[in-house]
Design a binder for this molecule. Structure first.
Ligand code: AMP
Ligand code: MG
Length: 337
């Protein structure tokens, strides 16, 4: 298959591909998504094939506005609309009770469905034009870092999907926060662009699922089925180093071998001679770190570094999402400096 590169002006063409059961890479503010008509089980099945994604890992349905919630979900609680009012369009996915028309293949047979309204005007226009909710996971091959540019998505998906719409680099850089609203108190299943602190402002109490901060044990069934997979894994093993930036930099300088990869805050980039360095952004700029984290991990995949060491921000604000992505890439191999 020839994967066509579309521009932001090709909204009608992208919508037509989706309506005809095809696969389209769509730009969002978080990461690039791999979209299909969310009501067409065969089309959705092609997403799993193109990514090599396990069938038991459900997909998120993307809608252009909160009025679509009642079409595809039942018993939508008032707090869902309050969250939508404050954070949509934006990097927040809500887990809600699934309506009868949502195919099993989207939800992996669960009685809940993840719903999100992305903050990218081109993608919302494509979904409006297609007239169907668009099922989309991140546009990477399963087990690789999520793509934050059309070029990165093409690296993984060239020849496997119908088209990619180039909507520019992603503004947030990590996937949406996922909050489960079918339990009390609501539970954060994945930290993301909307922060835990922001969710608590609207919802009051929010629990953080154990899978966010530690690896799942054998036989444990995570609430977010995707959490049990080692996502975002570069080819080389990763060690995450926490603590004050000066301390983590010193720890890495003392322990990394010649030729290793280092992901560090900009201020420390000169401190690792003989190592292959990727910058994460300034130590105090967690937004920039979120935008850079997947690109930094992905950069090492085309090198032969035997090991990767990463400085890590404290888990406050969007730092929780950055730390979570680094920790998952490291299989939660974390040392405190
Ligand atoms: P991706 O966008 O590739 O990160 O994949 C979507 C994420 O949403 C995965 O981690 C899924 O496990 C999660 N997800 C989707 N639907 C549900 C659901 N109904 N309940 C819990 N988690 C979900
Ligand atoms: Mg993903």
């Amino acid at each position: 298959m020839n994967t066509k590169l579309l521009t932001q002006n090709d909204i009608a063409e992208a919508a037509a591909i989706l309506k005809n059961g095809g696969l389209v890479g769509i730009p969002t503010e978080t990461v690039y998504g791999l979209g299909a008509n969310g009501l067409d089980p065969e089309a959705v099945g092609r997403i799993f094939a193109a990514k090599g994604r396990p069938q038991d890992n459900p997909l998120i349905l993307h809608v252009p506005s909160a009025d679509w919630l009642s079409r595809w979900c039942v018993d939508v609680p008032d707090r869902a609309y309050r969250l939508a009012e404050r954070f949509w369009p934006g990097p927040l996915t809500m887990i809600l009770r699934r309506g009868p028309e949502v195919p099993d293949v989207v939800t992996a047979g669960l009685d809940t469905v993840g719903m999100r309204c992305p903050d990218h005007p081109v993608t919302r226009a494509i979904i409006q034009a297609a007239g169907v909710p668009v099922a989309a996971p991140s546009g990477n091959t399963s087990g690789r870092p999520s793509p934050t540019t059309a070029a990165h998505m093409l690296e993984d998906m060239d020849g496997k999907i119908d088209a990619i719409v180039d909507g520019g680099p992603c503004a947030v850089g990590v996937e949406s926060a996922i909050v489960d609203l079918t339990v009390d108190p609501p539970r954060l299943l994945r930290p993301g662009g909307v922060t835990l602190e922001q969710l608590r402002e609207v919802l009051g109490q929010v629990e953080v699922d154990a899978a966010v901060v530690r690896p799942m044990g054998a036989g444990e069934r995570p609430r977010a089925p995707g959490m049990k997979y080692r996502h975002y894994a570069p080819r080389a093993p990763v060690t995450v180093v926490t603590g004050e930036p000066e301390n983590s930099a010193a720890y890495i300088a003392a322990h990394a071998n010649e030729g290793d990869g280092v992901i560090c805050f900009d201020e420390f980039a000169g401190g690792f001679p003989g190592k292959s360095v990727e910058r994460l952004g300034p130590a105090q700029d967690k937004g920039e770190q979120a935008r850079r984290v997947f690109d930094a991990l992905r950069a090492f995949d085309s090198t032969a570094v035997p090991a990767i060491w990463a400085q890590c921000p404290d888990p406050v604000g969007i730092g929780l999402a950055v730390a979570n992505r680094l920790n998952k890439a490291a299989g939660f191999h974390i040392v405190e400096a």
